[in-house]
Ligand binder design. Structure first.
Ligand code: FES
Length: 161
């Protein structure tokens, strides 16, 4: 079962033994962040602060590394993660309606996860399929010409994951 944020806080011990081996060494931040993400599944803010403190690295440096490398996740995600393209073509073609639908129907906002942990959503820059706007991405799959009906269908199809 996935740990909750509260349990994670109490569980810094595991991380501390990882950080211990990196203390005082140069160029270890990425490795330490990778190991922290392996333990906790993602890197919430309080964890980044803890890592910066323990490794004596400016928090701004930790943030810039985390935001530069896409492998780092600062938020937990649902079992099915939807990325709604917010590039110009998708914006013009009504991606906002898709977001509104998710918010109304599932109380799901960008950056959020449904209570049951099934779905999460974020917006993304142009995914390169503008002619099929608006586009939703799930994993490596692109779903174009998305309507509210198709989105509803897509959610049903992924409901059992
Ligand atoms: S703007 Fe959405 S695919 Fe290009």
């Amino acid at each position: 079962m996935e740990k909750t944020a509260v349990e994670k806080k109490e569980n810094y011990q595991e991380l501390d033994s990882v950080l211990e081996k990196y203390k005082g060494r140069a160029g270890v931040l990425i490795k330490a962040l990778q190991e922290a993400q392996e333990i906790y599944g993602y890197l919430p803010r309080e964890l980044l602060i803890h890592i910066a403190y323990e490794l004596d690295v400016p928090l701004s440096e930790v943030y810039s590394v985390v935001s530069f490398y896409s492998l780092f996740k600062t938020q937990t995600s649902g079992r099915c993660h939807l990325e709604i393209c917010s590039g110009t073509a998708c914006y013009v073609k009504g991606m906002k309606n898709l977001l509104e639908y998710l918010e109304e129907d599932l109380s799901l906002k960008p950056g959020g996860v449904t209570e049951d942990g099934k779905f999460s959503v974020s917006t993304t820059n142009c995914v390169g399929a503008c002619s099929a706007a608006p586009v939703v991405k799930i994993g490596d799959e692109l779903y174009g010409e998305m309507t509210l009906e198709r989105l509803q269908q897509l959610l049903e199809e992924h409901d059992h994951e």
